[in-house]
Design a protein. Structure first.
Length: 193
């Protein structure tokens, strides 16, 4: 296996979350239901008392559900089952994403955490605006870096200069997928410094 392919696999593993936990939980629940039904069937064939309900009793209970439950209850139960099914289907089809991003690197797999990206952007914007650390905060979303700046009262900051500083920092990080910085300057300033 060549190095580039290995690096792609490592980056994919580090940036996407596993569905193993949900798969294992679903498998355990289905297995438990199948084991219970199998045990009840064998006990019924042997003429032994049921653990919870014999297959005949279970079938008669299921047959009486439409008479015993109100239509609203049937709709609610059906909606709950459909919701569980939809959640499982979405979990199977969509890939989970961790808060990490791949960086360009020559010959190695390089992954950086979104919090580290946010801290680097905040620091660069803070230095460009000559602000205290608590006056700049950055949140990294799927495609954007949202930078919130709260300047000192009475002092104006240049939004273009801050956007340029954030853009330069993102470019310096050499991320494989583009991240667009958006700087928002608060209307209420911080008191003193």
């Amino acid at each position: 296996m060549n190095q580039a392919r290995t690096n792609r696999r490592i980056i994919r593993r580090e940036t996407h979350s596993s569905r193993a936990g949900l798969s294992a939980l679903t498998a355990v629940l289905v297995l438990a239901a199948c084991l219970w039904l199998g045990t009840e069937s064998i006990l019924s064939l042997l003429g032994q008392p049921a653990l919870l309900a014999s297959p005949g009793m279970t079938a008669s209970l299921i047959a009486r559900v439409p008479e015993a439950v109100t239509p609203a209850g049937m709709v609610a139960g059906g909606a709950a089952v459909a919701l569980v099914g939809a959640v499982l289907l979405l979990a199977a089809v969509t890939g989970g994403r961790r808060g990490r991003r791949a960086m360009h690197s020559d010959g190695s797999a390089l992954v950086v955490d979104d919090e580290a990206i946010a801290a680097a952007i905040s620091r660069r914007v803070r230095l460009a605006a000559n602000l205290a650390p608590e006056q700049v905060a950055t949140a990294v979303t799927r495609n954007r870096a949202l930078v919130s700046v709260r300047p000192t009262s009475g002092i104006t900051v240049d939004p273009e200069a801050l956007t340029a500083a954030a853009t330069d920092e993102v470019a310096a990080l050499r991320l494989r997928k583009a991240l667009a910085p958006h700087v928002r300057i608060a209307t209420k300033g911080a008191v003193g410094r």
